[in-house]
Ligand binder design. Structure first.
Ligand code: URA
Length: 235
């Protein structure tokens, strides 16, 4: 985008006036004074200042809930060329970022937004939001294993904080249960299950705070409701 257009959209001045300001040396891009009219900038990346003050286009904030499929990465790009979650959300005018991470093989509730401030707050370790995962293991989760998961197990030399476990279904072949944790350690649920000798065969995040996947199918996404956005903003 041309610099004077950016300045006009950011509400600095009309395009004509913006041009005068550029010619007068009042504008910098990434710290470099720019006096050339028609200079192109990347409105997503470049930092523009006018008389020393940063100017920005007010972006429309977008908040999306995706039911992430297994076999996708939650990074914006993947060095191995694997499918990213962003590729599942086509025709998106705004540049979105996943809030936190889910493993390649994990499914479930993932938020995507262009609200950097919210992303920062939600992923900050001091924010202990309850997360509920649906776990399937092969065989039976015996009482000792269940108790250990609840009381805390050692992973990476540190005990996990108390968790809640609710059994959903048990057959001789497999057990499905819900586990609620509020930490967000790397591969935490998988490592907890391994630590009690019950490796996960399927893992899906079904709830994040009061946000719930509901009947959103794997691979589908939807915009958050006003209430959901208000909930996130008051956390
Ligand atoms: N715990 C895991 O082990 N994997 C995830 O993706 C999320 C939580």
């Amino acid at each position: 985008m041309r610099l004077q257009k950016y300045m006009a959209l950011a509400g600095v001045a009309s395009r004509r006036k913006a041009e005068e300001m550029i010619l007068a040396g009042q504008v910098t891009v990434n710290g470099q004074p720019i006096t050339q009219l028609g200079t192109q900038i990347d409105e997503h990346k470049d930092i523009v200042t006018v008389n020393g003050a940063m100017v920005q286009i007010e972006q429309q904030k977008v908040y999306i809930m995706l039911n992430k499929p297994s076999g996708t990465v939650t990074t914006a790009n993947d060095q191995f060329g694997r499918k990213t979650v962003l590729s599942l959300i086509p025709n998106q005018a705004e540049r979105l970022y996943p809030v936190g991470r889910l493993d390649y093989h994990t499914e479930g509730l993932l938020l995507l937004t262009n609200d950097g401030e919210l992303t920062y707050r939600l992923t900050h370790p001091k924010h202990h939001i309850d997360k509920v995962y649906q776990v399937t293991i092969s065989g039976i989760l015996d009482e000792d294993a269940q108790k250990s998961l609840c009381e805390g197990v050692l992973i990476d030399d540190r005990k996990t904080s108390p968790a809640h476990v609710a059994i959903i279904e048990t057959t001789p072949q497999k057990t499905t249960f819900h586990i609620t944790i509020h930490e967000g350690r790397n591969r935490q649920v998988r490592k907890m299950c391994e630590a009690v000798g019950a490796p996960c065969v399927k893992l899906s995040r079904i709830q994040l705070g009061v946000l719930s996947l509901g009947d959103l199918k794997v691979g589908e996404f939807r915009n958050l409701t006003h209430q959901e956005i208000a909930y996130l903003n008051q956390l």
